[in-house]
Design a protein around this ligand. Structure first.
Ligand SMILES: [Cu+2]
Length: 192
């Protein structure tokens, strides 16, 4: 009578190749994941890219009725330390105001709220790039190094007039900033 072997059989060579393939895939996926995490950390630390918080809520249907985003508050206000806060409303199909004036070399906080649908904005040549979602305030902190004028288009398709929705950002020397901006009661935008 033939003896039955109880020892495990060695896998055929095909299974060995499968294991090598799996290890290769697992290794490449781990490497890609680490690379992506590295890119996020690098852009965040080196370029100052940060996702906007968007945790602050606001009633988008009543922006014009008063509060932070009422008409008189739109534009730039300069704090005693020289930093600036810019408030902007995004609506179909314009930013209000459509020309922002900001000081060069000073911290600038841009606060946006949408009056209707989802919009987006970026400032050409800077790290400013965010979405403006109705119901939330988008806050971006930045600094503009050199004086000059930059474009600020809406980059989120928001309707048939989307391509016409853009503003300008005029970066000026702090010394030539409109003096009205130091008056907290009045926000300023570019002179017409
Ligand atoms: Cu838009």
């Amino acid at each position: 009578m033939a003896e039955i072997s109880t020892t495990a059989q060695l896998p055929p060579s095909g299974d060995k190749r499968g294991e090598v393939g799996e290890r290769l895939w697992a290794g490449s996926m781990t490497a890609i994941t680490l690379l992506l995490v590295g890119v996020v950390v690098y852009t965040s630390a080196h370029w100052g890219f940060h996702p906007p918080s968007q945790v602050e809520t606001i009633d988008s249907t009543s922006l014009h009725e008063g509060g932070e985003f009422s008409e008189a508050n739109l534009g730039t206000v300069i704090a005693p330390d020289g930093s600036a806060v810019v408030r902007v409303v995004a609506q179909q199909y314009a930013f209000v105001p459509d020309c922002l004036v900001v000081p060069a070399g000073k911290p600038v906080t841009i606060r946006l709220a949408s009056a209707d649908v989802v919009h987006g904005f970026l400032v050409q040549g800077t790290n400013v790039n965010a979405m403006v979602v109705p119901g939330y305030v988008t806050t971006v902190h930045t600094m503009f190094k050199d004086p000059g004028e930059r474009l600020m288009p809406c980059h989120e398709f928001c309707g048939v007039g989307h391509q016409a929705m853009w503003a300008r950002v005029r970066v000026v020397e702090p010394s030539s900033f409109p003096s009205d901006a130091n008056n907290k009661q009045k926000a300023v935008s570019c002179a017409p």
